[in-house]
Ligand binder design. Sequence first.
Ligand code: G4P
Length: 541
Amino acid sequence: MSLTEAQADGGRDTAPDAASHLSRRTFAIISHPDAGKTTLTEKLLLSGGAIRAAGQVRARGERRRARSDWMKIEQERGISVSSSVMTFERDGITFNLLDTPGHEDFSEDTYRTLTAVDAAIMVIDAAKGIETQTRKLFEVCRLRDIPIITFVNKIDREGRHPLEALDEIQEALALDVVPMTWPVGMGSDFFGVYDWQAKRFLTSSEGRGNRFDTIVDVAGLDDPAFTERVFPNVLAELEENVELGAEAYPAFDREAFMEGHMTPVFFGSALRDYGIEEIIQFIARFGPAPHAQPATTRIIRPEEPKVTGFVFKVQANMDPKHRDRIAFVRLCSGTFRRGMKLKHVRANKTIAVSAPIFFFAEERELAETAYPGDVIGVPNHGQLRVGDTLTEGEEIHVTGLPAFAPEVLRRVRLSDTMRVKQMRQGLMDLAEEGLVQIFKPQIGSNWIVGVVGVLQLDVVVDRLRNEYSTEIGFEAAPFSTARWIECDDELKLRKFLESNPSSVAQDRDDRPVYLFKNSWEVNYVGEKNPDIRFRETREIV
Ligand code: G4P
């Protein structure tokens, strides 16, 4: 069953009944590093009352980093490696903001987090436009038809002309765009934002260039609120933009937005608080509420009475004092209550979820009740892994969680051979978290580690040292990429595997994988074996 089918069918009502999935808004922010994701996150949390002072998202990050050594890598390199969930409430709506690592080496984690959201805010730097990482992440959202809200940030600085920015989004991403707000000047002539749908001028009592603190209702662009505050040339340009915008761009169409074909565009400044409230209100009003979730045998709908959920992320050793891991479970249907016994479908076992956690910006809390769209953290000793489905007994697997063929392959070098067992356990654990992939070659005993980006290797070395007291290094492997091998004919598959022992390995689930020396070989072997499929991605089930 396709996702599009499922989403088109999904529950989309926005009536906010606090004790239901209809009041849930689960979303992520996607952006290129430096566009302003952290600042926007912080301002959204501030606005939702989840934190009390600016600077806390960063500070919280630092506290977290201080707690465990491997996160020093984050600190040194100024990147955020681990995803987390931040929940806040506003006007009866519960917002679940799923954080994603910004660095592209950790994109796999980001992709999987995007499987657990219903919408995404795409942050674009007004001067730089659409950058590579934004585009990549956008493509993932498009594959899944995730509705996108665009935030053109930093308009308090000199940026592109707003019409140019809108055209770029429209053309580069092949999306219909609808300007929801307009910048009133930019850079040194920045006066604020015009919310032309609600006819409001957002400005600063301290004058141009300052922080937003004033909303003025206006009748139109000739309103004294504008003429008395804004330079005539800035106002003339705004008038021209609004006029052209009204002609050039369609009106907001909720269905097109829900289907991921149209993006509302908010111009703003996260740093100076412009546009935050508009985005929150938009998400509250237009949703989307949790979508229906494709699964192996049917579509799971949020309004169903029985609980289903899936693990989209596992984080080990969040608290170094306890070796527990937290599985982040996105609920797809039913009303979850603490203490429930759920079936862990892959393992065919029942687990009692007695200490589920809700994540708020500053604290964690026991989750007594949770609804579809909510994310609960389930502490466990390693049973739960990314892609696992939990149900009230039904034999069903959520689909659509990808694993990607690694682009970097390395052989593991162990300094102290007495520690083979610890090293293997560590690597297995990290593989279950989704940080690395491991391949066991058919010939030889040295495992091969595969990652999407090289920074992940540093994290592996660090974590094995700190969490498993095992020193490892990596050396070049004679392979550059891997593909999962599939064939409908059992016999042919076996023959192929037997005749290529030096290139075949098994992944952690013992699925056969072909290790290629280079891209030429990928084509060559593919052409010579037309009955075999060499897959770049596989579903995690
Ligand atoms: P990221 O998470 O997407 O990587 O971006 P982040 O929020 O860290 O913002 C990157 C830089 O851009 C920060 O400056 C931040 O203050 C600045 N910034 C964010 N939003 C705006 C905005 O609306 N206007 C302007 N002018 N700047 C903005 P920095 O100097 O790198 O960091 P910091 O020293 O301010 O913390």
